[in-house]
Design a protein around this ligand. Structure first.
Ligand code: OVM
Length: 410
């Protein structure tokens, strides 16, 4: 890269000995088919430097795990996307959870961790399982061909999650575009971001409006967040932002997660039969699909001081890009890493992150996926793909536009 800009030139000198790679992890070639790039990133060295953005990168399991669990050396408050909030204005007020470090991070985190705990979610389970049965029945009534994205993976979360939070009926069509934009915004201002920007104004206004106390229905998770502010567990300023976190991180992720499980389980008649007969395997099916597909592919951290990773000293105030999806397929950690294997123990995968920021919504995500899959297993004897997979490109999420499938009723 040649440049006459002195500040840019300064930024593009990595620690000596760190290999520089000419890979754009947000380019369309990469996003369309990341595996060959992941392989290069993993095998080149434990720490590399991406000239395209002037950032360090880790793609092996140990180094990704190391970066995720060192919140002191690798902060989140400077942004977990490419933008360094110490130099660039964030596109929205930062998240009080995701884009915060201890001690400020901790109160919002514990409020949400309690409200999304397995114990608290138990009240939702019966309702969600019955909604899943209804949706699967509706699907079966329409015939054998369907699209696992638009007919199932998008339908279920959008039916149950907004109700659980206590959102009104109107405007829910903003949820998916908002999440899509937010996850794109962790990357550079490429085509995905600029195209999304055109329509984001009204969507953002709707999202912010839904976070206000008077717009959240009694008994929902949103109201419970405001009650935490009444108790003084979080501040009145934090409450709407914690609600916003649910709206940002809770929809596109679970849609992608459910689509990923269906994609992983299609055309696996032996596994399908096995899980039909032993539903105790369901949590593992979900976990293995999250490992293999890694719906959230990347996050950044920012060094607070010189940080050593695998013997490499990364200077202070540098961005480090963590390839969760590459770590989840690292042969150093996983045997036959590219295979969906119901006999492996997928625990320890970094698809939900690791450490103090590990996905606080993972129990709700798991409950959604298991509810849908369980209902499908009850009524479907075979699940086959029926056409080419179409990927939905996003700077952070590895999602689907279309998953054509055919089912055989049980
Ligand atoms: C947030 C948040 C948390 C996790 C992921 C995410 C857009 C956002 O707190 O807003 O992605």
């Amino acid at each position: 890269m040649t440049t006459t800009d002195a500040s840019l030139a300064l930024r593009t000198e990595p620690t000596p000995g760190v290999p520089r790679l000419d890979i754009d992890p947000f380019g369309e070639e990469f996003l369309s088919d990341p595996m060959p790039f992941h392989e290069r990133l993993r095998e080149e060295a434990p720490v590399t430097y991406l000239d395209a953005y002037g950032v360090y990168a880790v793609a092996r399991y140990d180094e990704v795990h190391r970066a995720l669990t060192d919140w002191q050396g690798l902060q989140s408050a400077a942004g977990v996307g490419l933008a360094n909030f110490r130099r660039e204005k964030p596109w929205r007020p930062p998240s009080v959870l995701l884009e915060a470090d201890p001690p400020r991070h901790d109160a919002p985190r514990s409020v949400l961790a309690e409200l999304l705990s397995p114990r608290r979610l138990r009240v939702l389970e019966e309702r969600w399982r019955s909604d899943a049965r209804t949706i699967v029945d509706e699907l079966l009534a329409r015939g054998r061909s369907f699209d696992a994205v638009t007919d199932l993976a998008e339908v279920f979360p959008l039916r149950v999650f907004p109700d659980a939070i206590g959102l009104g009926e109107e405007g829910r069509e903003h949820l998916l575009p908002y999440g899509d934009f937010a996850f794109n915004a962790f990357g550079p201002r490429n085509r995905l971001v600029t195209e999304g920007q055109a329509a984001i104004g009204p969507t953002m206004a709707w999202i912010n409006e839904q976070c206000r106390r008077e717009n959240l229905a009694a008994g929902g998770i949103g109201e419970r967040i405001w009650e935490a502010a009444d108790r003084g567990d979080i501040t009145e300023e934090q409450a709407p932002l914690v609600v916003r976190s649910l709206l940002t991180a809770g929809v596109d992720t679970t849609v992608t997660g459910i689509a990923s499980v269906l994609h992983a389980m299609a055309d696996r008649p032996d596994d399908w039969r096995r899980v039909r007969e032993d539903r105790s395997l369901l949590p593992r099916v979900f976990e293995e699909a999250v490992r293999l597909e890694s719906p959230v592919q990347t996050f950044f951290r920012t060094t607070t001081e010189p940080v050593e990773i695998a013997g490499v000293l990364i200077p202070a105030d540098e961005k480090v890009l963590m390839f969760l999806g590459a770590a989840n397929r690292d042969r150093r950690r996983w045997e036959d890493p590219h295979a969906f294997d119901l006999d492996r123990d997928p625990s320890g995968h970094v698809g939900f992150g690791m450490g103090i920021h590990q996905c606080v919504g993972q129990h709700i995500a798991r409950l959604e996926a298991v509810s849908v899959l369980d209902a499908l297993l009850d009524r479907v004897a075979e699940l086959e793909s029926a056409g080419p997979v179409r990927r939905h490109l996003n700077n952070t999420l590895r999602g689907f536009e279309a998953l054509p499938m055919r089912l055989t009723p049980a």
